[in-house]
Design a protein around this ligand. Structure first.
Ligand SMILES: CC(C)(COP(=O)(O)OP(=O)(O)OC[C@H]1O[C@@H](n2cnc3c(N)ncnc32)[C@H](O)[C@@H]1OP(=O)(O)O)[C@@H](O)C(=O)NCCC(=O)NCCS
Length: 173
């Protein structure tokens, strides 16, 4: 039986759901992590976040398959993005965008005022995603990443300003 790989327009995104990451989701998330990053998180790192009192760990699911995940941590009234990845064959279908929106809603419910993240300075795909989600570069960390060595852009989104959504930032509204 051949693997079904959805094309851009035959992937029913309304069939996607987002829910909390469970311990049994960790191996599938770690598989996506290993093909997405040069220095991937270990399964233990995922378990720490699944059980963490101040963590938000969410997974995107299509046809009972985990196709992406997002992990953020609450520190006082700030959210910090720790990890985000989508399975390669499911990319460019809006899954990361929906995961971001989901976590931002969770942070706002928890009265967070700002959301911070670090991203490789040359990761243009992620930079575009975050800019469209209302994040702005507020600084850099020189040589922050390894394999390869690369600067980090520090980005922030003000969560006190409600209603900043992808389409309005993107000029689609
Ligand atoms: C970055 C990543 C999570 C994006 O996931 P995705 O589900 O493909 O992203 P989406 O389909 O939700 O795209 C949202 C926006 O991101 C940008 N984007 C996504 N893929 C892109 C690509 N290949 N080229 C340019 N922009 C892209 C676009 O702005 C897009 O919005 P648009 O479709 O309205 O133009 C995914 O590419 C990934 O897992 N990469 C490897 C891990 C990684 O880099 N994680 C981020 C670490 S900080």
């Amino acid at each position: 039986m051949s693997l079904w790989i959805p094309q851009k327009h035959d992937c029913p995104m309304n069939a996607m759901r987002i829910r909390d990451m469970l311990p049994e989701d960790v191996p599938a998330a770690a598989d996506i992590e290993r093909i997405s990053f040069s220095t991937p998180w270990s399964e233990n790192s995922f378990y720490s976040e699944v059980y963490g009192k101040y963590s938000i760990a969410r997974v995107a699911i299509i046809n009972e398959r985990i196709v992406g995940y997002i992990i953020a941590r609450l520190i006082l009234d700030e959210g910090h993005l720790l990890d985000l990845a989508v399975c390669p064959e499911f990319r460019m279908r809006g899954i990361a965008r929906m995961l971001m929106e989901d976590v931002i809603s969770g942070l706002q419910i928890n009265r967070c005022k700002a959301f911070f993240l670090e991203v490789r300075a040359l990761n243009s795909v992620a930079l575009k995603l975050y800019e469209e989600a209302g994040f702005r570069v507020i600084g850099t960390r020189k040589n922050y990443y390894k394999a390869p060595v690369e600067d980090a852009c520090i980005m922030m989104r003000d969560l006190a300003v409600r209603g900043v959504d992808f389409d309005s930032v993107n000029g689609k509204k």
